[in-house]
Design a protein around this ligand. Structure first.
Ligand code: FAD
Ligand code: DHB
Length: 403
């Protein structure tokens, strides 16, 4: 379908990008470095995308990529570099030496909204174009060689059309891009978990030098950090629960019960200034390309957060896409574009497997049998007692190689 005749044509670009999350912003930077023109259309305001609290953990290669792109200065000053994580179960803590097991790769804790702030500022400073607050976004002609994106700059403004060579659908799980692939072409795979995460930000000093992932009979808990003054903590909860049912006292009491062990270590409390509940799912859409539309990041796949993979996977997709587009614009080669979906999905399914594995092993699922719950504890015991199993966990957690 072509853009309708009542649509004003607002412009033309080589790659139209829908969504200014990690996928859309990294793609814009990568393309501009190759001399490829692009425009990013984002439905929320700059303040909203810069203040949404989400992920925290960056894989080593993403940190290296940000540094190579000249986008890593603040991350290197303010990020937290951990050489290991702690797994806790049956009342005991076990240190996993990620760096020692992976030839020196570390875990970097630097909040997603800080990455977004750095990428937005650098893109605008460099003359890149992001249109914030767009509405009524519709993708047209993705099966033709003249695709376009219709949108309004203001809620009651005219419908404009951005004509492009290619469209990158980087608009997250609920965006319109995936729906532009006909249902008959899409193959979707999904697991919805019967639990969610209640996450808080608290004004407190770090309680522990590294992240703690805890499997406890009362449910999973995770201790993470943000800065010397702010800590990030999560507990497993009913995904349909109302946050109003969770007083700060109740949250702290669960965190103490699930995180503290027999060695006398204690969690430091502080005022809670942000809290919310998220549901958890695994989801993959195949293929990730249809005609001239390329899906990237959460638009194509979702992982439960336990493996800390979602943001990293979004960056991996757009790195593959930017290389394929660069080959096309430099030498007319289309093999990279044709292979995009298959190349990405190999990594996606490994991250799906790891995220599902970490989630099922570390959470208490009321629908599981006591047999299955014992198997998860045996799995944890195996991981901390076998060098081979520990290495497998570590190499997935710090990030599988990109090339
Ligand atoms: P998004 O970040 O969802 O960005 C999509 C953008 O598109 C948004 O800005 C949205 O406003 C915009 N958009 C939507 N609809 C439209 C439209 N119609 N028109 C224009 N724009 C539109 N991942 C990790 O790697 N490590 C972690 O430690 C981690 N922890 C997490 C913890 C939590 C609590 C949560 C919720 C997630 C976590 N994740 C983690 C996952 C990570 O946040 C996501 O995978 C990541 O944000 C995906 O990036 P994206 O750019 O694909 O999508
Ligand atoms: C954080 C989020 C995760 O999903 C995770 O596995 C580890 C840390 C965080 O927000 O800090």
């Amino acid at each position: 379908m072509a853009a309708s005749s009542s649509t004003q044509t607002s412009g033309r670009t080589q790659v139209g990008i829908v969504g200014a999350g990690p996928a859309g912003l990294f793609l814009a930077h990568l393309l501009r470095r190759q001399g490829i023109d692009c425009v990013v259309l984002e439905s929320r305001s700059r303040a909203e995308i810069e203040d949404t609290i989400r992920a925290g953990v960056l894989e080593q290669w993403v940190v290296d990529l940000m540094n190579q792109m000249g986008l890593g200065d603040r991350m290197m000053r303010e990020g937290h570099f951990h050489s290991g994580i702690t797994l806790r179960f049956n009342g005991e803590s076990h240190h996993i030496d990620m760096a020692g097991l992976t030839g020196g790769k570390r875990v970097t804790v630097y909040a997603q909204h800080e990455v977004i702030r750095d990428l937005v500022a650098a893109l605008l400073e460099d003359g890149g174009e992001i249109v914030f607050g767009v509405s009524d976004v519709q993708l047209h002609g993705v099966e033709s060689d003249r695709p376009s994106i219709a949108f309004r700059r203001m809620p009651d403004g005219p419908l404009e059309a951005l004509r492009c060579d290619y469209i990158a659908g980087c608009d997250g799980f609920h965006g319109p891009s995936r729906q532009a692939i006909p249902k008959s072409v899409r193959n979707e795979f999904q697991v919805v978990y019967p639990f969610g995460w209640l996450g808080i930000l608290t004004e407190a000093p770090p309680s522990h030098p590294e992240l703690i992932y805890s499997n406890h009979e009362r449910g999973f808990a995770l201790l993470s950090t943000r800065s010397p003054e702010v800590q990030r903590l999560y507990i497993q909860c009913d995904p349909k629960d109302d946050i109003a049912n969770w007083s700060d006292d109740r949250i702290w009491s669960e965190l103490h019960a699930r995180l503290e062990d027999r060695d006398g270590w204690t969690l430091t409390e502080g005022p809670v200034f942000q809290k919310g509940i998220i549901a958890m799912r695994s989801f993959v859409c195949e293929p990730m390309r249809h005609g001239r539309l390329f899906l990237a990041g959460d638009a194509a796949h979702i992982v439960p957060p336990t493996g800390a993979k979602g943001l990293n996977l979004a960056v991996a997709d757009v790195l593959v896409l930017s290389r394929a587009l660069a080959a096309f614009y430099k030498s007319g080669r289309t093999d990279g574009l044709e292979a995009y979906s298959a190349v990405c999905l190999r990594r996606v399914w490994k991250a799906e497997r790891f995220s599902w594995y970490m989630t099922t092993m570390l959470h208490r699922n009321p629908a599981e049998t006591p047999f299955e719950q014992r198997v998860h504890l045996a799995d944890l015991d195996y991981v901390v007692s076998s060098q081979a199993a520990m290495t497998a966990l570590a190499e997935n957690y710090v990030g599988l190689p990109m090339d």
